[in-house]
Design a protein around this ligand. Structure first.
Ligand SMILES: C[S@@+](CC[C@H](N)C(=O)[O-])C[C@H]1O[C@@H](n2cnc3c(N)ncnc32)[C@H](O)[C@@H]1O
Length: 236
């Protein structure tokens, strides 16, 4: 019974990220795009979407499921050059906890245009001691919405928030994320001053950062911004 009441928190939070797209917004990068569901949705809103994932099977799926204005690229965002620069927005759904957060934020911040927005939904580590009230509300809410979405599927034939199990889709998952929301907020603030990180109800946190129009000393690392790939090479 619990499987039919399950629903996808990742799909549920897509709309939240869409609300954070800046204006104008012509070119967007989706980091860890998986099978391309969110990239396809973004493509209805913006001219061009680059969708990147390091898993070949996911990129094959994404190529099948996305329209012509989405470029699906097999790449590791920490090791390979990104397909573009000066993005209006960079978005990501449950992928940043697969990588060292500070490194990922530096690379992604560098690829935004001034005034561009980084908006990510990320899986936090469980922090029961501090967040038990949220966990209880989340469990109850998950079941209530599960009943509502199931009724919608049965009565209206919609696929709203339908969940496919990762063992079937082959999607890489990390089930023990390294950072709690509080730890992630601290790491992010050290890299991107002004970043906002907040816990979302359904086992995710939201990270939002707007790249300053005029970078100044003490804001974020303009040396990395200039050439993140070269910078990493010099470091190694
Ligand atoms: C849990 S899946 C989420 C997929 C998709 N965003 C969604 O909402 O369905 C995380 C994805 O991030 C990808 N990923 C993890 N680390 C990555 C990296 N360093 N570079 C590119 N993709 C990465 C994985 O291959 C995986 O497909």
């Amino acid at each position: 019974m619990s499987a039919v009441l399950d629903w996808s928190h990742n799909v549920y939070y897509q709309r939240l990220l869409l609300r954070h797209l800046p204006r104008p917004c012509r070119r967007v990068l989706d980091v860890g795009c998986g099978a391309g569901g969110f990239a396809a949705r973004l493509a209805q809103r913006v001219e061009r979407v680059d969708a990147v994932d390091r898993c070949a099977r996911m990129i094959e799926d994404a190529r099948r499921h996305t329209p012509g204005n989405v470029t699906c690229v097999l790449a590791d965002v920490l090791l390979d050059p990104l397909p573009g620069t000066d993005y209006d927005a960079i978005v990501s759904i449950t992928a940043l906890h697969h990588m060292p957060l500070a490194d990922a934020l530096e690379v992604l911040a560098a690829a935004l245009r001034p005034g561009g927005v980084l908006a990510a939904v990320v899986l936090p580590r469980l922090d029961l001691r501090r967040e038990w009230p949220v966990e209880i509300v989340a469990m109850v809410g998950h079941r209530l919405l599960g009943v509502m979405f199931l009724a919608n599927r049965l009565l209206r034939g919609t696929h709203a928030f339908a969940k496919e199990h990762h063992t079937r889709t082959g999607m890489p998952v990390v089930l023990d994320p390294p950072l709690t929301t509080r730890q992630a907020a601290r790491v992010a603030a050290a890299v991107l001053p002004g970043v906002r990180v907040r816990r979302l109800l359904f086992w995710r946190y939201l990270l939002i950062w707007e790249k300053p129009i005029r970078p100044h000393l003490g804001s974020w690392r303009t040396d990395v911004a200039a050439d993140p790939v070269r910078h990493r090479r010099l470091d190694s």
